[in-house]
Design a protein around this ligand. Structure first.
Ligand code: ATP
Length: 347
């Protein structure tokens, strides 16, 4: 349909929230728009990889003290590759309990959508039964869909060209979608890969590399970074040193360096592709009648990248830029989400 081709990010980022057009609803009589006292209330944070969902979840938890977070990122379910899959580090969790984050030890098998539906369903029920507020946070939209719909058919691909998601959900959901202009997200994602490499992603992947499993693409081995570097490590195997453990090398000669750069480029390209697919799926869910409220983090991420350009990072101008982006984030993303959640909880 023509609606599907509407690209929200190109249309509205410069408009203030109050003037941004409301998305058309498919059918305002759809039952899930009415509050249903019998359903568990659930906050759902959606958005492409890198859009700030984890940060927002912690900021929201600061306003709603009984919040507990349930992960809905397919790769972050697994135990391992914390840097590569971008798990929120413990010190950034500020004591907020997280569930299904790194809890799956069987990393050599895919988690099925129906399995996620069952495990996350139990987790949410447990959180709610103790009087806490569940926040679902993560970018796997097929998992979010499988978990939330009233009836789930594992055989049906609702994201296929001819498919369509059901708007009838088994929870009383409050959806917040963090989005931003594509040009800003893509620039940020490229920088983020560089930062992940700086914080040890290459070493983490060298440690994880298993020549007997190279080319196997199931479970955690699907994480962006693993296939891309497997090809590199097959050519340039990391070695075991008694003092330093597994040591990879990227700098000993220019050809090796070039192969490394090529792997990094593939990681970036695959990350852009992932983000595009995720945004496409979110738009499909919105189109199907899911009541998503889109928040625009474009200005925040522009300011964040400005900050990263200020060197040295201890300079007064860098400190000012740090305050600036935090302030924009607070005003444009955190405050509106707090309002939305408050209204939802008072319903
Ligand atoms: P699909 O139908 O494509 O599986 P999905 O919405 O269910 O989509 P996604 O979360 O988009 O699931 O993940 C799809 C793929 O993207 C994963 O198999 C993996 O290659 C990559 N990916 C997703 N999340 C991460 C992550 N946190 N770290 C690394 N790679 C990821």
């Amino acid at each position: 349909s023509s609606f599907r081709s509407l690209d929200s990010q190109l249309f509205y980022p410069s408009l203030p929230l109050s003037r941004r057009p409301r998305w058309p609803r498919m059918d305002s009589s759809v039952p899930h728009h009415r509050t249903d006292q019998s359903k568990t209330k659930l906050i759902v944070l959606m958005g492409a990889t890198g859009s700030g969902k984890s940060r927002l979840s912690i900021d929201l938890a600061g306003h709603f003290p009984h919040s507990q977070i349930v992960n809905s990122d397919k790769m972050q379910l697994f135990n391992g590759l914390d840097i590569t899959t971008n798990k929120i580090p413990i010190h950034e969790r500020k004591g907020v309990p997280h569930f299904l984050l790194g809890e799956f030890d069987s990393i050599d098998a895919d988690v099925a959508a129906s399995q996620f539906r069952s495990v996350a369903g139990t987790t949410i029920a447990d959180i709610a039964s103790r009087g806490n507020l569940p926040l679902l946070v993560g970018g796997s939209n097929t998992f979010i869909h499988a978990l939330l719909v009233e009836t789930f058919d594992p055989e049906e691909d609702v994201f296929a060209e001819s498919g369509s998601a059901s708007p009838v959900l088994r929870y009383d959901c409050c959806f917040v979608w963090v989005d931003m202009a594509w040009s800003v997200l893509s620039e940020y994602l490229g920088k983020r890969v560089d930062e992940m490499l700086d914080s040890g992603m290459f070493e983490e992947l060298a440690q994880f590399y298993d020549p007997t499993k190279a080319g196997v693409m199931v479970g955690l081995r699907k994480a962006i970074g693993v296939p891309e570097f497997d090809a590199y490590f097959r050519k340039y195997p990391p070695w075991e040193s008694p003092e330093n453990g597994v040591v990879p090398d990227k700098d000993s000669d220019p050809i090796r360096r070039e192969a490394y750069e090529e792997a990094v480029k593939e990681i970036k390209d695959n990350t852009y592709r992932l983000a595009k697919r995720q945004i496409g799926k979110i738009l499909r869910l919105k189109e199907a009648g899911w009541d998503l409220t889109r928040l625009d983090a474009t200005a925040t991420f522009q300011a964040l990248m400005e900050k990263k350009k200020k060197q040295p990072s201890s300079s007064p101008s860098a400190a000012a830029a740090e305050l600036e982006w935090r302030w924009i984030w607070e005003r444009e993303v955190v405050e509106p989400s707090v309002k939305i959640v408050k209204r939802f909880l008072e319903e």
